[in-house]
Design a protein around this ligand. Sequence first.
Ligand code: NDP
Length: 434
Amino acid sequence: KKRNPHEYEFHQAAKEIFDSLIPIFAKYPKYIEHNILERISEPERMITFRVPWVDDQGNVQVNRGFRVQFSSSIGPYKGGLRFHPSVNASIIKFLGFEQVFKNSLTGLPIGGGKGGSDFDPKGKSDGEVMRFTQSFMSELYRHIGQDIDVPAGDIGVGAREIGYLFGQYKKIRGGYEAGILTGKAPIYGGSPARPEATGYGTVYFVEEMLADKGVGFKDSTVVVSGSGNVSIYAIEKAYQLGAKVIACSDSNGYVYDPNGIKLDTVKRLKEIERRRISDYVLEHPEAEYYEGCTGIWSIPCDIALPCATQNEIDEASAKTLVENGVKAIGEGANMPSTLEAIDVFLDNKVLFGPAKAANAGGVAVSALEMSQNSMRMTWTFEEVDEKLQSIMKNIYQNSVQAAEEFGQPDNLVMGANIAGFIKVADAMIAQGVI
Ligand code: NDP
């Protein structure tokens, strides 16, 4: 805290990990001898830069760009870019730190990074988004490379933004380095199933947790926050497994549809027309719309999938979910539950799939996109989906195994953190003090 004042989100992410790791230091003193904790929590590199651009009125605007290259111990830096007005150094560092352990958990050779800007794409024209994005890449290009650092999407960065970023990188560098970014459209080197991967993967992970208790998504009632990339495909997969999704949201409010959220409407409103979720009730008057985000957690459900943003479930919301009988939580978003909320879930024996494990499917398929780009070939949707399912199963099993080894079999927060940490820490020791 002394070294990183005001970085509240980073402190929160670090505390969660440090608390989980306490038992391994007694068993494996080598991690203390090599001072791994202090080294692993300092990014290898943190880049901040100016992003000037011209809006449609001809005014010159300036935003701040970030890229944190946190760890390259097991592979090139890998992690998304977030465009959202709340972005600052603390948010980028917390996301980059989490990414190190998540990427290790996938079992694939990728290090951890993250980036973004405080640019707000909401209400901007395509031309403004393109000019901003080109300016952003005009600085970022010198720090990335397919064997160095491979960015992808996150909040506010979807197929449109990745396309503009890719085009600008290609223009500056010349040549065609398909593997420089992931999340590309399949027509120019993207992987099938990448848009679906995080949402589907979260549901596959929760299905594994439920299967261990002899239940599943089938016939359950589900609440999913957000209505972006992760949420839409979590909703889709939950339906495919026989569940009913009764609510979703955006940053203004949430809709409750007791008959089941109509996914086609949500997809069209959010993916194509870029409208607000409040418009859902214009087409489905039987549904109800409420202003504000946290109210969504007062809707009784069997499974809750927070898929919007950090700290969206606080202690009070967690208690309400528990009182209403929630059985499982799957974190599709990064750090959506506060530390106090996680304690409420674990203390009440709610099955809890932490973000690092539950939402790792997105970056895993990004790594598969890198493999396909290197091989200059494309797998089918079914092939990628099959690999995704097996990766999510392995992540679940490795997390359970680590939790069991350290005496807390139901604590997947601890299990995922330990399983992710050990591989990176051992690689750091093998590579010496660098
Ligand atoms: P999108 O931008 O596609 O969607 C984000 C959704 O969350 C939107 O519905 C948005 O509403 C809502 N939202 C954003 N900020 C807030 C806020 N402060 N309060 C309430 N709601 C908010 O992003 P993604 O779906 O890609 O990302 C969602 C989460 O999943 C993030 O935490 C991200 O880090 C995480 N994640 C994403 C991965 C991916 O592959 N995309 C991979 C792993 C994790 P609005 O439209 O009003 O902005």
